[in-house]
Design a binder for this molecule. Structure first.
Ligand code: MRU
Length: 349
């Protein structure tokens, strides 16, 4: 099932560009963009035209393939040197989601492993590798969604923050996958969506995806989550994730940790959903996860017809770290990890 009509990221028919849905225009306009240069891909990731940790990884995979076909070098060493530089450049577009650097690394490893083949054959291998990153993500999202269904029951109210649905991944999504799968199986969830200031991924994207699928959705401002919980509307919180540290700390969209603190206060389970590729055991704790700082002007101006605040300083971290002690479980395609995460996550990576 494809809830947004087509994959949010795919390779063009002729293999010369990466096609993305421009997520900055949703829900008003559904427009596709063809990205065929490193600068196009960098800009699309940086500006969140393509966003969501797994989707960025898929875009980077296809991007590396497309850009590899433009390299003119005759020798493997030259080819690999150029491809490595391209990978480094793409990785510098956004630092927090490990899926971006993991996809680039996987593409480079695939090239190196096949260094004795002619360049054209290495490019074929890169195409297959990028396609595998994509199809694996589809499979992982479905498996994650199945595990998620075992954590909730028909009629539950679910709070979600940011967007971890089909646009951010492929097909079902991670944090939202259970809700789509549940809908197919006749569950009636009531989903409360944090608008997710400042870039409104919840309001613009999650509300759009859920509504399109016929799921009962109620949009709230981020600061209404506490009241919704207190009123008994919420039985579980579902979020996605950009990176999981070895101790179970998780980085996700700014505001996620606040929702987790509230959930703990009200005794509501807080679940983090992600593919196992989002687990980064090289980060011991959340303190090792690089947090993207974005232009403060986004808070004053983005998605408003005129600035909503005077020209004061703005602090605009794009992500925050939810401490593992606030997380009831981390769900990957391999199963449900419970604390202590040092132990349970090791089996998922
Ligand atoms: O800045 P964004 O929109 O890329 O942030 C995305 C999130 O925080 C998502 O929750 C996360 O990437 C998981 S997507 C399945």
């Amino acid at each position: 099932m494809n809830y947004i009509g087509s994959d949010s990221v795919r390779l063009s028919e002729d293999g010369r560009s990466v096609i993305i849905i421009d997520q900055t225009l949703l829900p008003g306009k559904t427009e596709y963009r063809a990205l065929s240069s490193a600068e196009d891909i960098f800009e699309a990731i940086k500006k969140l035209r393509v966003r969501g940790a797994p989707a960025i990884g898929i875009c980077a995979g296809y991007g590396m393939y497309v850009l590899s076909t433009q390299i003119k070098s005759a020798s493997f060493d030259e080819f690999f040197g150029d491809l490595s530089k391209t990978g480094e450049y793409l990785c510098s577009s956004r630092p927090t989601a490990v899926n971006l650097s993991a996809a680039v690394k996987r593409m480079l490893e695939a090239a190196e492993k096949n260094k004795d083949l002619p360049i054209s054959k290495i490019q074929d291998v890169l195409k297959e590798t990028a396609e595998r990153i994509h199809t694996e993500d589809i499979e992982m999202c479905l498996a994650i969604s199945e595990y998620g269904l075992s954590l909730v029951k028909d009629g539950d109210g679910i709070l979600t923050h940011c967007n971890a649905g089909p646009l951010a991944t492929s097909r079902y999504g991670t944090g939202l996958g259970t809700l789509f799968l549940g809908k197919e199986r006749g569950y009636d969830f009531h989903v409360y969506v944090d608008e997710t200031r400042p870039l409104l991924q919840g309001a613009r994207l999650t509300a759009y995806e859920l509504d399109k699928a016929g799921i009962d959705v109620t949009l709230i401002c981020d600061n209404m989550a506490s009241a919704a919980m207190k009123n008994g509307y919420i039985q579980a919180v579902f979020v996605g994730c950009d990176r999981v540290a070895a101790n179970g700390d998780t980085a996700n969209k700014i505001g996620t940790s606040g929702a987790a603190v509230l959930a703990k206060h009200y005794g509501i389970p807080f679940y983090v959903f992600c593919p196992s590729t989002t687990i980064d055991l090289s980060c011991k704790s959340g303190a090792d996860i690089p947090i993207e700082l974005r232009d403060g002007e986004e808070i004053r101006t983005m998605f408003f017809s005129e600035p909503v605040a005077p020209e004061v300083k703005c602090w605009n971290p794009s992500f925050d770290v939810t401490e593992s002690g606030l997380i009831s479980a981390i769900i990957t395609e391999k199963g449900i990890c419970r604390p202590p995460y040092e132990k349970s996550l090791a089996g998922h990576r």
